[in-house]
Design a protein around this ligand. Structure first.
Ligand code: AMP
Length: 407
């Protein structure tokens, strides 16, 4: 079914065409009619499924013409707020509707100017929005559509009380759209509080690892992790590497040590200023930095194309984050490699991840690395393995895999 058949307004359809979309994605097909019909919705879908357009297109159609602040979209991070606001702006380019992004880490001046000009759609992170609610510069009296996006992330970040306060400030008579990759009981509780008779739309939670990504576990003792990371970087022919750390502090520490080892490194996590984050991302995209060290929250939803390698310095806390992290590489059919450093304490996490993706991740060891005893005993050297059991050949310079040239 083409977009035309979905009853979007002509101006919004022109915006869709200009964005270059031809066919709706599954979540768009299923969510757009519900949103156009005015109903509440719980969508289980992750970033990358076309979720933003699934709510933005019908919302813009429902709004029609410029008026008051009628739509509030809550996002967990500044990057997502900026990204989603840009999408709204693009789709609305043939309408007179106005959008603004409200997030912390930048000055208030520009945001205030835009607010004064009058907006229809506010895309905000909870913290900064509350600042404006306190000063009375924004009120939510006229909200008719409330979107809670990436709710699981929002709750992980401790935003529950603020989010509840914001919801309570919106009129009771409203349409509420709720998106969360997973809907466990605590999230269901928020949904019950915020939504009325919602329609559930679930699009296949992405459990599968892109076939063009070759992934492997690298068992190592905890106190040898950094050394192994360095050795992997030295032995791998990479264009750009995204290194994931569980904590902000850990990310800073890894970055410091990599810099000391003469790598050009960017860092992305929630404690960095907006300008620092923009610079880090732009520098990583342009090739100024060959390595970016990031936490999950900062990296979520960010579209960095062409990452040749992902290295999980720390095993992700949630199995779905594994898929999410390694989905940063191998995008758009490009080939990518993903390495995960695992210590004996991570055995349970790895079991959960393998269960989640429904596959075993091959274990490898880096030839020539001075492993402590336990690793040498538990893992076969990669070159002795039948490659039939690997999803693909992991390329390292020299050693066990013959280097097949730069991409
Ligand atoms: P999202 O899940 O909203 O973050 O979207 C993921 C990516 O898919 C974005 O780069 C969108 O621009 C793109 N996208 C969304 N819907 C479509 C569509 N119907 N056709 C082609 N690309 C799309």
């Amino acid at each position: 079914m083409p977009f035309k058949a979905l009853h979007l307004s002509d101006n919004v359809l022109r915006g869709v065409q200009a964005a270059g979309y031809t066919d709706p994605t599954p979540i768009q097909l299923r969510a757009i009619p519900v949103v156009l019909g005015g109903g509440d919705l719980i969508g289980s879908a992750q970033t990358g499924t076309g979720k933003t357009a699934a709510f933005a297109l019908p919302i813009l159609t429902r709004l029609g013409q410029h008026g008051r602040v009628r739509v509030l979209v809550l996002e967990p991070t500044r990057e997502l707020a900026a990204q989603v606001e840009t999408a709204f702006r693009d789709f609305a380019r043939f309408t007179d509707l106005r959008t603004v992004a409200i997030f912390g880490g930048v000055g208030y001046g520009l945001q205030r100017q835009e607010l004064k000009r009058g907006v229809d759609v506010l895309v905000a992170t909870p913290g900064r929005l509350v600042d404006y609610l306190k000063t009375g510069e924004i009120n939510l009296r006229d909200i008719t559509i409330l979107v809670l996006d990436e709710v699981d992330r929002m709750l992980d970040m401790g935003f529950l009380p603020v989010v509840k306060d914001i919801i309570a400030r919106c009129p009771r008579e409203r349409q509420t759209l709720f998106f969360s990759a997973t809907v466990p009981p605590e999230i269901q509780a928020v949904a019950s509080f915020a939504l009325r008779n919602p329609t559930r739309v679930e699009v296949g939670i992405n459990r599968s690892v892109n076939e063009s990504v070759k992934h492997a576990l690298y068992p190592v003792a905890a106190d040898q992790k950094f050394d192994l990371l360095e050795a992997l970087l030295a032995k791998t022919d990479f264009d750009s590497v995204l290194v994931f750390s569980r904590t902000k502090h850990g990310a800073d520490k890894i970055a410091r040590r990599l810099k000391a080892a003469n790598h050009s490194v960017a860092v992305l996590h929630a404690n960095r200023s907006q300008n620092q984050r923009i610079e880090a991302l732009a520098g990583f995209k342009s090739g100024k930095y060959e390595v970016m060290v990031a936490t999950d929250i900062a990296a979520r939803g960010i579209d960095v194309a062409g990452v040749s390698h992902v290295i999980n310095y720390d095993v992700p806390e949630k199995p779905e984050d594994y898929v999410h992290r390694i989905g940063r590489t191998g995008r758009a059919q490009a080939v990518g490699d993903a390495f995960t450093l695992v210590t004996p304490e991570n055995a349970g996490d790895i079991r959960d991840i393998q269960r989640f993706i429904g596959a075993k991740i091959p274990e490898l060891r880096l030839e020539g690395f001075p492993y402590r005893a336990f690793v040498a005993r538990t893992v076969e050297p990669a070159h002795q393995r039948g490659h039939g059991s690997l999803p693909g050949q992991i390329r390292h310079k020299g050693s066990f895999n013959r280097y097949r040239g730069r991409r």
